[in-house]
Design a protein around this ligand. Structure first.
Ligand SMILES: NC(=O)c1ccc[n+]([C@@H]2O[C@H](COP(=O)([O-])OP(=O)(O)OC[C@H]3O[C@@H](n4cnc5c(N)ncnc54)[C@H](OP(=O)(O)O)[C@@H]3O)[C@@H](O)[C@H]2O)c1
Length: 326
């Protein structure tokens, strides 16, 4: 069993491990093996999405771990996300059914709206996962579906017991405030880009006030977006080489990656680092057995430069092109 601390989620009281494994860009070819190895290493939370295109392989890794008796379903916390093309009421259930079917599960522990962006539906038979482009290349067509409609359908999934908790990702304060005004079931989790170069302190405080658990993604800053060949990421300062991060890591005999993860978890923010490498995967899970001092936490928070990488609505529509042009 993993000794990772948990965050208790509102509404259900379910425990969510504070460190999980991120599945974006986990290679399809090795994904089943990676998931299996991650479970063996002690990971109990997996953060996936329809958009990551590897849910079948994730399901294979989970099935192997169940079959070999490594874990039971109830030992794991599985998150997945509704893609932008499935925001219409009737398409929310379709997207969800496809995800849990691919994962080979009866329920997920957390279902998130991936982005507050509604794009025209693309039938599964045409392309799956559909990505941002309705024509598969460069054309984005928005869809007039308000979040209220999507959220009502998410609430129905919650009522059915197939999504144990529901939440949102890439939302900002105003949109969350609006959602809280009309929702029947409040979002349990907000997942956002969060690292010392993009701290979003006010949004984190807002979530604390409303007892919404925060999960950080891209905890290592630009690294993940360099993998996407994003220009801005390639010219950004590497967070793991920042002198303060390096110095604090040396002092604690930890790696810069572990310090970046601890900076979040020590402030009760969950993390879901991704690694295609077995050693780094194990290293990342092992990031809660030391404490940063108050001064060290402040130093890391003080590195904020509002440097956000993941902002698809700003790419320009319809010329969304791709990450590497941005
Ligand atoms: N909701 C959203 O819109 C959203 C957006 C982005 C991400 N996410 C979620 O958050 C997860 C994590 O974010 P992310 O994948 O963007 O980035 P990340 O975990 O911050 O960084 C991944 C990058 O860091 C490298 N890395 C991992 N561990 C390392 C270590 N210990 N030392 C040095 N390098 C290391 C990885 O390379 P190797 O693989 O070679 O180790 C990869 O290049 C995703 O997988 C996904 O589940 C959600």
């Amino acid at each position: 069993m993993s000794n990772t601390p948990n965050i208790t989620l509102k509404t259900t009281g379910q425990k969510m491990p504070i460190v999980g494994f991120g599945l974006w860009k986990v290679n399809k070819e090795t994904c089943a093996e990676t998931v299996y190895n991650a479970i063996k290493a002690g990971y109990r939370l997996f953060d996936g999405a329809a958009d990551y295109g590897n849910e079948k392989q994730v399901g294979e890794g989970l099935a192997r771990a169940f079959k070999e008796g490594l874990v039971k379903r109830e030992d794991l916390f599985i998150t997945t996300k509704l893609w932008n093309t499935n925001h219409k009421k009737e398409n929310v259930k379709k997207g969800f059914d496809r995800s849990i079917g691919d994962l080979g599960l009866d329920y997920v522990d957390l279902y998130l709206i991936h982005f507050p962006i509604a794009i025209k539906y693309v039938p599964e038979s045409e392309r799956y996962p559909p990505g941002f482009f309705v024509d598969g290349k460069s054309k984005v067509e928005m869809e007039k579906t308000p979040i209220s409609e999507t959220w009502a359908a998410m609430e129905e999934l919650y009522d059915s017991g197939r999504a144990k908790n529901i939440g949102v990702s890439n939302f900002e304060g105003q949109l969350l405030t609006d959602l809280l005004n009309y929702c029947r079931i409040e979002p349990a989790v907000l997942q956002i880009e969060h690292h010392p170069y993009y701290t979003q302190e006010e949004l984190v405080q807002f979530c604390e006030q409303h007892n919404i658990a925060v999960t950080a993604y891209s905890s290592f800053g630009a690294l993940s977006f360099i993998e996407c060949d994003m220009k801005r990421a390639k010219s950004a300062p590497p967070l793991m080489e920042n002198e303060h991060v390096v110095e604090i890591a040396k002092k604690h005999d930890k790696t810069p990656a572990q310090v970046l993860l601890r900076w979040a978890t020590q402030r009760n923010i969950a993390v879901v680092p991704k690694s295609n490498n077995k050693d780094r995967l194990a290293q990342n899970l092992n990031c809660c057995d030391f404490d940063l001092s108050k001064e060290e936490l402040e130093t890391l928070s003080g590195l904020n430069r509002n440097l956000k990488f993941n902002k698809p609505t700003n790419y320009g529509i319809p010329v969304i092109a791709a990450f590497h042009d941005y």
